[in-house]
Each structure stands twice: as structure tokens, then as C-alpha cells.
Design a protein around this ligand. Structure first.
Ligand code: SF4
Ligand code: SF4
Length: 314
């Protein structure tokens, strides 16, 4: 009997050891830069399936769970209109866009702006398209324009415009333009394409997209949803004892600057001490920088908030 139990324990130990080794192998494989690039791309595909017609899985699930009516266009999930109503009180109406914005804000508070970096297909589209254009044809706007001044200035104007009866949210919406590009224009429906949408298309795809370093100029300057998430991300990092954020292991960083080159939001810099610093006003937690860092000095951590976060002044 004793021998049987001993054999069973040995077998169990062997199997557990094999299982742990398998898990470690999977973790290492998934942690490889190539796998992470594929995972990132899959995240945007998932974002597309969740939020855009004809799939719109998020809308379907929310409508079913909350027993509310929801059509399957991007308007029923719209994050921009409730953002525009942050100051005039209409944000407290209970509907799917407001609920969606609340969930998004909650995730940004605890985990950071992961929606932008991991799910938003509209932001990803220009980033990926810009990879097709040689670097010498792209402009780095941050070298010529104070990005954060424009970002926060536009955001303020955006939420004040709701008092003036303006419709900035719809007129300059890249989410909707993306919807037009995939669900309307290919099927010959171009009647909704106004002059402001045309301007958005040119700005978003061309000037601030494919011909901008990193391809996310529109995200940096004109996305109110992204700006709101970064504000909430910074707030969470300041007040929560445990928080999800990008961490730079200072003892590992050699100041090579490779992370700067790969950041689509221009959110990395090397400080006077030769150590990389993340700008939390702009970072979207895409983790491109971590993939390129030769010293493995950058990682996403959920844990105790140690020290002051890297919120750069502007
Ligand atoms: S700092 Fe890193 S994680 Fe943040 S936007 Fe830039 S590349 Fe992405
Ligand atoms: S790529 Fe890594 S080692 Fe190089 S500056 Fe960035 S964090 Fe430091």
C-alpha cells in the first residue's frame, strides 16, 4: 500500500513538474516580442469585433444584459458624446454610451489607458498604415508643436462646446470615420460624408497618420476619449495604493533610446541622468517600447505604487 501511495505521489510530482515547465514555456513564448506583436494585432481585431458593425459584440452583450435597446452602429456605443457632456451634467443620463464611458474610465483608473493601446482599432489603423511609409517622409510634430498644450486645449474646447450647441464630437470623429470606411463607403453609401468628415479623414489618415512619426498624431492631438483616459490614469497612479502602470527598471536602463524610436505617441524620453522616462499624459500602454528594449527594463506591472510616477511637466 505504501509503495502504491509513494508511486502515486511521484507520478503527481512528475506531472506537476511537466505542467509547470509547459506553463513556463508558454509564458516565454508569449512574452517574445514577435508573439507580443501578434497579440497586439489580435487585440485590435478583438476591438473591431467588439465595437464595430456587423459584429458589434459589446453592443449585443450589453443590450442583452441590461435589457436595453441598442442598434449595431458605432453611435450606440459612442464614447465621445458623453465625454463632451462632462461639464454640463448630461453625463449622468443612463444609456449605453454613458455606461461604456464609465467602464472605460474605471479601467483607466485601475489599469491605465489600455483601451487605446490594446483595443481601439481606429487608433491602430493609422499606426499600422504609417509603417508602410519610409521614416524620411514622416514628420515628428512634437519637434515643432507643444503637443500637450494642443491636446488639453482641444479637450477643454471639446467639452465646452457642448454648452454652445456645437457638435464637435460627431463632426470630427475618427471612430465614425472608421465606421464609414469599413461599413458604408465600400458599399457605395457616401451620403453621410460631410466636409468636416472629409477634413477629419485627411487629418486623421494622412497628415496626422501615415505621414506622422508613430502614426498616432490624431490620438495625440484630437482624441478626447484618449485624453480623458490619460487624465484618469494619472489620477489613479496618484491616489491608488495598487495600480496598473508601465514601470521602468532604472538599474537596467542604459539610456540607449531605442524605446523612444518605437513609441507611437512620443511618450518616451531619456532624462538628464540617462534613464528612460514615460510621459503619462501621452502613454497608451501599447508596450512597443518594452518589446524593443534590449535590457528588458520596461514592463507593465500591477502592484504597489512606489515613488512618484513619471508625469512630465509641459
Ligand atoms: S511609452 Fe511605451 S507603452 Fe507608452 S505609448 Fe510609448 S511605446 Fe506605448
Ligand atoms: S530601450 Fe530600454 S535600455 Fe534603452 S533607453 Fe529605453 S528603457 Fe532604457
Amino acid at each position: 500500500m505504501q509503495r502504491v501511495i509513494k508511486t502515486m505521489i511521484e507520478n503527481f510530482k512528475r506531472k506537476t513538474h511537466c505542467f509547470i515547465q509547459l506553463m513556463e514555456y508558454c509564458r516565454k513564448t508569449l512574452d517574445r516580442p514577435a508573439s507580443r506583436s501578434i497579440k497586439r494585432l489580435l487585440g485590435y481585431v478583438l476591438g473591431f469585433l467588439l465595437f464595430y458593425a456587423p459584429f458589434a459584440l459589446f453592443h449585443r452583450a450589453a443590450a442583452c444584459l441590461l435589457n436595453i435597446e441598442s442598434n449595431l452602429t458605432i453611435h450606440s456605443f459612442c464614447l465621445r458624446v458623453p465625454t463632451a457632456h462632462l461639464l454640463d451634467g448630461k453625463i449622468f443620463q443612463l444609456n449605453l454610451p454613458v455606461i461604456s464611458l464609465f467602464l472605460l474610465s474605471l479601467s483607466a483608473f485601475f489599469l491605465g489607458p489600455i483601451f487605446c493601446g490594446k483595443l481601439c482599432p481606429a487608433g491602430a489603423l493609422t499606426e499600422y498604415l504609417s509603417m508602410l511609409v519610409p521614416e524620411k517622409y514622416k514628420i515628428s510634430w512634437a519637434d515643432h508643436i507643444p503637443v500637450l498644450h494642443v491636446r488639453y486645449g482641444f479637450f477643454l474646447g471639446f467639452i465646452l462646446s457642448s454648452f454652445l450647441g456645437g457638435h464637435l464630437a460627431c463632426a470630427y470623429c475618427n471612430f465614425y470615420t472608421f465606421d464609414l470606411l469599413i461599413n458604408y463607403i465600400p458599399f457605395g453609401q457616401i451620403t453621410a460624408f460631410s466636409s468636416s468628415m472629409l477634413l477629419t479623414l485627411i487629418l486623421w489618415i494622412l497628415i496626422l497618420g501615415v505621414f506622422t512619426k508613430g502614426g498616432r498624431g490624431y490620438c495625440s492631438f484630437f482624441c478626447p476619449v484618449g485624453t480623458l483616459q490619460n487624465i484618469i490614469y494619472i489620477l489613479g497612479s496618484r491616489i491608488l495604493p495598487i495600480h496598473g502602470r508601465l514601470s521602468i527598471i532604472r538599474t537596467r536602463c542604459n539610456g540607449c533610446g531605442l524605446c523612444l524610436l518605437k513609441c507611437p505617441m512620443n511618450a518616451m524620453s531619456v532624462n538628464d541622468n540617462g534613464i528612460a522616462e514615460q510621459n503619462m499624459h501621452l502613454c497608451i500602454l501599447c508596450m512597443n517600447c518594452a518589446d524593443k528594449c534590449p535590457s528588458k527594463a520596461i514592463r507593465y506591472t500591477i502592484g504597489k505604487n512606489e515613488g512618484q510616477p513619471d508625469v512630465q511637466k509641459f
